[in-house]
Design a protein. Structure first.
Length: 304
């Protein structure tokens, strides 16, 4: 299934690729559907001869079980062979999952491409770094309680009406509490940031219902959640930049990651409540940062 304007015409894709003689890179995105089907999306990236960057989805494939490196390799090799772009292929970007790394090695060997490179997915590196904080002992409990508190309000017309009334009394524009998504850490950040912003209004609701009373964070937990929001704010901003960009150049990636490294390395007080979380995040991020920083040093220097 070819996406964009090419429909199912292989000739159209081949003709379009002839608009450029430049090198080509691919992006692999693998996920499992709700029916447990393995789905692989392959996107091509290249520069046309008029120096315009171009990219489009080549194919979205069903990957039969087992969803291992060899099966993924076979799918990519088949696409590359059909399009006759082997000699122009210089690299692949994917998430950093073990099977994707192994698949990339298999692709390089199968196509006999000694100069072929694997590039880490910047967004996935950020996800792994933030997950390192969320997986520590003191974070899940307060976040879960706040999630229940916000969900209870949003699912109750009565509580929502009361909340709106508090805003009206204070003559403040109403701001809706934001719900969380357990699989999207930036949604958790948005929930925290909004809850902290409207906390003076939310506090009036905590005694209205047992579920709300039981899940209202203590002052100490609110302090911790505020520090967590501050810690995650630069990550959320960079994810927004990455998501809003039509494409992200290596120079920009290097600069953004250098900023995050400085954010994690900045001196903090000895009694800083989230030092354990910063240490865990730094451990994960530094591991990837060193690899990315070295790999992108020369390309970033020449990045226009």
């Amino acid at each position: 299934m070819i996406i964009k304007k090419f429909k199912n015409s292989q000739d159209q894709i081949n003709n379009y690729l002839q608009l450029s003689t430049s090198k080509i890179s691919l992006t692999m995105d693998m996920w499992i559907s709700i029916t447990s089907l393995g789905i692989l999306a392959v996107t091509i990236h290249f520069i046309r001869d008029d120096w315009q960057f171009d990219h489009f989805v080549l194919d979205v494939l069903y990957i039969p079980s087992p969803h291992n490196a060899l099966v993924i390799k076979d799918a990519i090799v088949e696409i590359v062979s059909k399009l006759k772009i082997k000699n122009r292929l210089i690299g692949i970007t994917s998430d950093n999952e073990a099977k994707m790394l192994a698949a990339t090695r298999e692709i390089r060997t199968a196509l006999n491409l000694p100069g072929f490179r694997y590039y880490l997915c910047a967004a996935h590196v950020l996800n792994l770094t933030v997950e390192a904080a969320f997986n520590t002992r003191i974070i899940p409990g307060p976040v879960k309680k706040l999630r229940i508190f916000i969900s209870t309000i949003r699912n109750s017309l009565k509580q929502m009406d009361r909340l709106k009334e508090y805003f009206r009394i204070e003559e403040v524009k109403f701001k809706l509490p934001l719900s969380d998504c357990a699989t999207r850490w930036n949604y958790t950040y948005f929930m925290l940031d909004r809850a902290l912003d409207i906390k003076p209004f939310l506090v009036h609701l905590k005694s209205n219902q047992k579920t709300l009373t039981d899940n209202w964070p203590t002052d100490e937990k609110w302090e911790m959640l505020a520090e967590l929001a501050n810690l995650l704010a630069p990550f959320a901003l960079i994810i927004k930049v990455i998501s809003a960009s039509n494409y992200l150049t290596v120079g920009e990636t290097k600069l953004l990651f250098a900023g995050l490294k400085a954010h994690l390395d900045k001196p903090r007080n000895e009694d800083y409540i989230l030092q354990e979380q910063v240490d865990e995040m730094n451990c994960v991020f530094t591991n990837y940062f060193c690899e990315i920083n070295e790999a992108l040093h020369i390309p970033a220097f020449f990045d226009p």
